[in-house]
Design a protein around this ligand. Structure first.
Ligand SMILES: Nc1nc2c(c(=O)[nH]1)N[C@H]1C(S)=C(S)[C@@H](COP(=O)(O)OP(=O)(O)OC[C@H]3O[C@@H](n4cnc5c(=O)[nH]c(N)nc54)[C@H](O)[C@@H]3O)O[C@H]1N2
Ligand SMILES: Nc1nc2c(c(=O)[nH]1)N[C@H]1C(S)=C(S)[C@@H](COP(=O)(O)OP(=O)(O)OC[C@H]3O[C@@H](n4cnc5c(=O)[nH]c(N)nc54)[C@H](O)[C@@H]3O)O[C@H]1N2
Ligand code: SF4
Ligand SMILES: [Mo]
Length: 682
């Protein structure tokens, strides 16, 4: 019997629609789903991992417990008993905040929600993950201006600025919203007479598709945004009606940006005065204009302030909530987990405005000798041993834990440190869901179970409930498995798991209404779009974004004259799938990309084996002298270092102390380094 079943890919946030052919209980073919409103049949090459992933012989097939002699296979019963006993005894000794939940990029909502009820029922509110590196810094900045997050809308756009986003390689044109027919976004903008500008220090895969590339110096985007505001105000190009009626703090902003001239910014950003003026004028007058703020703005030490300034640019020009600009998209009602609220959280830390519990704070406290430090971590869908800054130090964090439980498919770099590994189902063996806002309305989409769980793998909510039962917390659960969780989560939108099974995609809101600010104002404390934030001021930050030149100790600079930055190779999603030949064939190994001038000076040729060193550590990999970045900048590929590839992990070079003061985001995108041909010293 052969069946065609609709689901989503789920290897990245875009969540393209997929049609899987299932035959006699096995997945046999994967195609794009033409009926999906955003992907319309498109799948990228990463989707080729789907079938090989599910049937991969190296999957963790049973629970594994660490013993002196290595990992030992145990039954689920033994694994759950061990986890429950150890967790309860740690709570007894050190209190509930001994337990930390860690998640990776939430490509579907089982990752967003998994184990959160358990951690809360246990009494802890320490929920952390990769938020400080991904989207959260941007969100904090944007929310301070608008009170909520804002998305991109390309309908009739005359000027699209992809700012710190490699949209072509990452297939990400918006942060939470589905862009209709996304793979043709740039073509469609151009067809409508719009222009595309890319602001990126690196010649990314998106650059060849743009009308203009503005190579900016790494980490200086805030200076550019401030100078653009300077020009727009000085030349009276701002949207006077919008500014007068819907914003707060314009007079203060006007004074604040006086010194941020294009002349000042040109020196910092490396962009000419004329170009800065031109971009400011164009963004204010070629309307509607839209800005996509990409992950290139996170992982810098001024990420929040940069994105605050980008949101302020939108408000200043009135490119807000209008077709073809940045828009507040409709969002579906959901029951959010945990249902049990524990007081504290980020507000207790030195990053009070951050949304999650900052992972760097957890790192500091685990490594401290505080009696009440976290001693247990429960992780799902996360590989922080490779993703977080200063891997060597993070490995010490993992080593120091008294209990590390990892729910994953493979023996990853992180799982190797675990006391207990729990075999996880892939996205094709369990039900999950996701919501996407869009101009056409917010829709829920099912990530459908296609085949029964292989070996002894189990979906996260089944594991979570079983663990909760063992600890006597079953009564705190409004669900027992993934299906029950979906029912619970989508209920406020008046739909059920069965509706999703039947329809695959269910719209639960009307289509977008533009210019909502005219009737509803903004979700900020003042109800206006805020150029001046009292909230920031009260928390001890600047009420308006202030550029701070990044200072590198001259001694460090002397030793490490190059600026290193990070790249996500488009053919992978983070650290995944390098053990799947169908995908890894495109780029089996990581590279450091450098300018031929820098290479020549060091006797390095295309293909030379080199050592990249920072003040934190050293890695060895192959050099590519393709000019992706200007002289002085080297670009290192991210995502390697799992046990099966044993290749260079860039985060052996990044520093976990170099942090954004508001988000704790670490500087993976800019770190001083040196490159040497192996065996040479210069
Ligand atoms: N193929 C693929 N797709 C993915 C992912 C993946 O791993 N692989 N991951 C998913 C996830 S979780 C995320 S967060 C998104 C990320 O997707 P994007 O938001 O597109 O982010 P990146 O590709 O990491 O980086 C975007 C660009 O920012 C540039 N950049 C670096 N520093 C700066 C700077 O200082 N200023 C400016 N203006 N630009 C800078 C980089 O050179 C890069 O070209 O992609 C998602 N989609
Ligand atoms: N230097 C540098 N560092 C970075 C970045 C960078 O560009 N450069 N990018 C940052 C960004 S934007 C992000 S989002 C993070 C990514 O950090 P992570 O999200 O931690 O990275 P992934 O490689 O996606 O790890 C996910 C793990 O979950 C497993 N997994 C996949 N699907 C499932 C599932 O359904 N269930 C379970 N239980 N497990 C599953 C995979 O096998 C994998 O081991 O890294 C950050 N770190
Ligand atoms: S990995 Fe590729 S196919 Fe899968 S959701 Fe992302 S863009 Fe779509
Ligand atoms: Mo991310």
């Amino acid at each position: 019997m052969e069946k065609k079943l609709r689901t989503i890919c789920g290897f990245c946030h875009t969540a393209c629609g997929m049609v899987v052919t299932e035959k006699d209980g096995k997945m046999v073919k994967v195609l794009g789903d033409p009926a999906h409103p955003a992907s319309k049949g498109y799948l990228c090459e990463k989707a080729d991992a789907a079938i090989p992933l599910v049937y991969h012989q190296d999957r963790v097939k049973t629970p594994l417990m660490k013993t002196k002699g290595g990992f030992k296979k145990v039954s689920w019963g033994e694994a759950l008993d061990f986890a429950a006993d150890k967790l309860l005894s740690l709570r007894e000794k050190y209190g509930p905040k001994t337990l930390v939940r860690v998640i990776g990029a939430p490509f579907s909502y089982d990752i967003r929600d998994g184990f959160s009820q358990l951690v809360a029922a246990f009494g802890s509110n320490i929920n952390t993950g990769i938020g400080h590196l991904c989207s959260r810094p941007r969100m904090v900045g944007i929310i301070s201006v608008f009170g909520e997050r804002i998305e991109t809308n390309y309908k009739g756009t005359k000027l699209a600025i992809f700012w710190g986003g490699n949209v072509v390689a990452q297939n990400r044109y918006s942060n939470h919203s589905a862009t209709p027919d996304f793979s043709h976004t740039i073509v469609n903008i151009k067809k409508g007479g719009g222009k595309v500008v890319v602001i990126d220090p690196v010649k990314s895969e998106t650059v060849p598709f743009a009308d203009e590339w503005i190579p900016i110096k790494l980490g200086t985007d805030l200076a550019l945004a401030l100078a653009m505001m300077h020009v727009i105000i000085r030349e009276g190009l701002y949207d006077q009606e919008f500014v007068e009626n819907y914003t707060l703090g314009f007079d203060q902003l006007k004074t604040h940006v006086i010194s941020y001239t294009p002349e000042w910014a040109a020196k910092i950003t490396g962009i000419s005065i004329e170009k800065i003026q031109d971009l400011a004028r164009r963004y204010a007058t070629e309307r509607p204009g839209v800005i996509y703020d990409g992950n290139g703005l996170d992982m810098h030490t001024q990420g929040v302030e940069t994105c605050r300034a980008l949101a302020m640019l939108q408000a200043l020009t009135g490119n807000v909530d209008r077709p073809g600009s940045n828009v507040f998209m409709p969002w579906s009602k959901q029951n959010m987990l945990p249902t049990i609220k524990i007081s504290g959280g980020p507000s207790e830390t030195k990053y009070p405005l951050f949304i999650d519990y900052p992972h760097p704070v957890v790192i500091d406290s685990v490594l401290s000798d505080q009696e009440d430090r976290p001693r247990a971590m429960l992780m799902t869908a996360s590989n922080p041993a490779l993703g977080l800054a200063n891997s060597k130090k993070y490995w010490d964090v993992l080593r120091k834990l008294e209990l590390l439980i990892v729910h994953d498919h493979f023996m990853t770099a992180t799982a190797e440190f675990a006391h207990l590994i729990l075999p996880a189902t892939t996205g094709f063996e369990a039900n999950s869901y996701k919501a996407h806002s869009s101009a056409e309305g917010c829709f829920f989409i099912l990530r459908r179970k296609i085949v029964e769980p292989l070996w002894e793998s189990r979906p996260v909510f089944e594991v979570e409930y079983a663990m909760a039962e063992k600890m006597g917390m079953g009564k705190d659960y409004p669900f027992r498995d993934n299906e029950g969780w979906i029912d619970f989560a989508v209920k406020p939108s008046n739909i059920s798991f069965n509706d999703l099974v039947e329809k695959q995609i269910v719209y639960t809101t009307p289509s977008v209404q533009y210019e909502k600010f005219k009737t509803k104002g903004f979700g900020t404390p003042s109800g206006k779009a805020e150029f001046f934030s009292e909230k920031f001021q009260e928390a001890g930050y600047d009420p308006m974004p202030t550029f701070r030149e990044r200072k590198v100790d001259p001694l460090i600079r002397e030793k490490f004259p190059l600026d290193g930055t990070s790249r996500k190779p488009g053919t992978y999603s983070h650290t995944k799938h390098r053990n799947i030949p169908e995908v890894s064939k495109y780029q089996p190994l990581p590279f450091v990309w450098m300018h031929s001038e820098d290479a020549k000076k060091r006797g390095i040729e295309n293909g030379s084996w080199v050592e990249v060193e920072s003040s934190i550590g050293k890695i060895e990999l192959e050099a590519r002298t393709e000019e992706k970045a200007p002289v002085g900048v080297v670009v290192v590929d991210f995502g390697w270092g799992n046990p099966w590839d044993k290749a260079a992990n860039i985060n052996f070079l990044t520093d976990d102390q170099d942090r954004d003061p508001i988000s704790s985001g670490t500087s993976h995108r800019l770190f001083p380094c040196q490159v040497r041909k192996k065996g040479n010293t210069i």
